[in-house]
Write a protein that binds this ligand. Structure first.
Ligand code: ADP
Ligand code: MG
Length: 352
């Protein structure tokens, strides 16, 4: 009886521990948290100063005493303590409700965490450990492409092959799924962050202007594209520091220039998709030719990317609805489907 009441009170969580963004899905409630995966702390004492949006704003602006860092930068847990602090913060935020008099404290939640498929055993253990430290009672780790495919509503349990490509900040995860498992997968550390870096170098080389990565990301989101779609192309003005004079200067950038800047990065992603197709068993190729490649992740919001991939690989390409939340929605769906969860999990850890 108490168990049942507890299960109503305790909100199980689905977490997308992304390199760029962390999202938390609360069972029966939906997505409650959507924040950048950034932590700002004191360099010496390691005391946390800010987490999420506030910390992201500090990136590239901190004095020597403070460091603003992305604990998962390249798709791995680069900084365990910062990752654990971030998880603890978000789990507490959605989980802690005022304790009523006479009621026992609310039990710890069950948590499903999506992690990049390329991570090592050690990194997996670190992710599970971080969730336990953050207050989870049971942790299930699932691979991000699997979570993204479930979130996108692909029929992953059927014998039909499904192809998913999740372009995030630090990693692009590509996988072919069938019968509830991953048949082929590839995880490359080339994604949205590299597009930003490419824009920074382009502006430095072409315009002798130094801009920050955050400015580059804004440029990518406002006028970035992978394929020329509209006749009238967009423009934007950025401010930076002149390399020669060292003084502030602004420059006008065009959509075509940004397309040129990000093109090598986009082509690296397309190449990885092509290689994954080459490794796909022939029986599944037909399904993929018919149903197409499904894109997820924030990087798939780069204008025209689906068009370029379709043209280069001669395959149908779709972007799933709300691509940036596909992984967390997949984790959320698994909270209510223990049978599927048991089938697709790659690791589990419980505290007794
Ligand atoms: P992760 O799963 O690694 O946390 P996300 O799926 O949240 O990453 O995607 C983050 C990436 O998506 C970032 O590189 C961000 O710049 C990029 N992104 C978000 N919106 C857009 C957009 N409209 N156009 C291009 N890139 C975008
Ligand atoms: Mg992701």
């Amino acid at each position: 009886m108490f168990d049942w009441i507890f299960s109503l009170l305790s909100h199980d969580l689905g977490i997308d521990l992304g390199t760029a963004n962390t999202l938390v899905y609360v069972k029966d409630k939906g997505i409650m948290i959507r924040e950048p995966s950034v932590v700002a702390r004191h360099r010496k004492t390691k005391k946390i100063i800010a987490i999420g949006r506030e910390a992201k704003h500090m990136l590239g602006r901190t004095p020597d005493t403070i460091e603003a860092l992305r604990p998962l930068k390249d798709g791995v847990i680069a900084d365990f303590d910062a990752t654990a602090a971030m998880l603890t913060h978000y789990i507490k935020l959605v989980h802690e409700q005022p304790r009523q008099k006479g009621f026992p404290s609310i039990p710890k939640p069950k948590v499903v965490v999506g992690i990049p498929s390329g991570v090592t055993e050690v990194e997996r253990r670190a992710a599970a450990e971080a969730a336990i430290m953050a207050g989870a009672r049971e942790v299930y780790l699932i691979e991000e492409p699997m979570a993204a495919a479930i979130g996108a509503g692909l029929p992953i349990q059927e014998s039909r092959g499904s192809f998913i490509c999740d372009i995030g900040g630090g990693t692009t995860e590509i996988a072919v799924l069938s019968l509830g498992g991953i048949v082929v997968n590839r995880s490359i550390r080339t994604a949205g962050d590299e597009m930003d870096e490419a824009i920074v170098s382009f502006v430095r080389l072409k315009h002798a202007l130094l801009i920050g990565e955050q400015t580059a990301e804004e440029v990518k989101m406002t006028i970035g594209s992978a394929y020329p779609i509209d006749k009238t192309e967009r423009q934007t003005v950025v401010r930076g520091r002149d390399i020669e004079t060292g003084l502030p200067r602004s420059v006008r950038l065009s959509e075509a220039e940004i397309r040129e800047a990000v093109s090598p990065v986009v082509h690296e992603i397309i190449e990885a998709i092509g290689e994954t197709i080459e490794e796909t068993p022939p029986e599944l190729i037909g399904d993929i030719m018919e149903h197409g490649i499904v894109l997820a992740g924030g990087g798939s919001k780069l204008k025209g990317i689906e068009k370029l991939i379709a043209t280069e690989l001669k395959m149908p390409v779709w972007i799933t609805d709300d691509p940036q939340t596909a992984v967390v929605r997949g984790c959320g769906k698994l909270l209510s489907d223990p049978v599927l969860l048991a089938k697709v999990k790659i690791a589990a850890r419980k505290i007794s």
